[in-house]
Design a protein around this ligand. Structure first.
Ligand code: ZN
Length: 265
């Protein structure tokens, strides 16, 4: 995903590129193209932190899943931050939007995906349009389950949203990933142990370190897949049910950047 071209101020360059294989699912409602469109945007006055915008895939209903690259692509450290994989856990989106729409970031190659489940968000529902819990659909310790709030889908990685995130994470291969959820209030240390990233997140996001077991044991979660498959570390962060506006727009963006190793004025 690293791009070599410099973009002159005021220009807009569109490059069509394919992030791995196209998602195989056919959208029932649209004929959205499956090729991944990369649009490299010049730094603009309205969003000075954004250096690249990538459509990483489409939802089952054909909605775009967008990643924004912020900060310094040449930085030593890289990170991906994801929100709203469960569409009824939308508060953390404000943290990512604050970073996206704020001042330029330095010291970190940071990607944010503010809406990992656009169909769920549109319906204010946990699952995607097919009724699958995307955080049980990843191909690591995937297990069949009954239809319901945590339905894992008909098979591992059956959902276009899951495959889009897998392609994107494989391509970027970030050192650090943070996946935001609600409302369990804590930094999940169950899959990660007490590693430095979890400690830093707990300190700077002012949340307790806890162990979340997914109820009856975790199967097919993004953190299980990523932490097994890729050479980085994914930590799940659960905010409370009603984080304050001050927390979402000041404390958390600042704390998240600090935990990941970036700065902004
Ligand atoms: Zn969740």
């Amino acid at each position: 995903m690293r791009t070599a071209h410099a973009v002159a101020a005021g220009t807009l360059v569109a490059v069509v590129s394919v992030l791995g294989a196209p998602a195989g699912a056919v959208s029932p409602t649209t004929s959205a193209p499956r090729a991944v469109l990369t649009v490299q945007v010049a730094t603009s006055a309205s969003r000075p932190a954004v250096v690249e915008r990538v459509v990483v895939g489409h939802s089952r209903k054909g909605r775009e899943i967008v990643a924004y690259r912020l900060g310094d692509p040449e930085a030593r450290r890289s990170a991906v931050v994801i929100a709203a994989m469960h569409g009824d856990e939308r508060k953390p989106q404000a943290i990512l939007r604050n970073l996206r729409d704020g001042s330029p970031i330095s010291g970190l190659d940071l990607w944010v995906v503010p809406n990992a489940n656009p169909d769920g968000v549109a319906r204010k529902a946990r699952r995607n349009a097919r009724g699958v819990d995307l955080n049980r659909n990843f191909p690591r310790r995937w297990k069949a389950s009954k239809r319901g709030p945590t339905w894992s889908g008909p098979k591992a990685a059956s959902e276009p949203e899951t495959r889009a995130m897998m392609r994107f994470l494989r391509k970027v291969a970030p050192d650090q990933v943070v996946s935001f959820h609600q409302p369990l209030y804590g930094i999940d240390t169950s899959g990660t142990g007490n590693r430095p990233l979890a400690r830093r997140l707990a300190k700077h996001l002012r949340l307790p370190k806890r162990s979340f077991s997914c109820g009856s044991g975790c199967h097919g979660t993004m953190s299980q897949w990523f932490n097994h498959r890729l050479d980085g570390q994914l930590v799940t962060v659960e905010l409370g049910r009603r984080p304050s506006k001050a927390y979402l727009t000041r404390t958390a963006p600042k704390g998240l950047l600090k935990a990941l190793g970036g700065t902004r004025p």
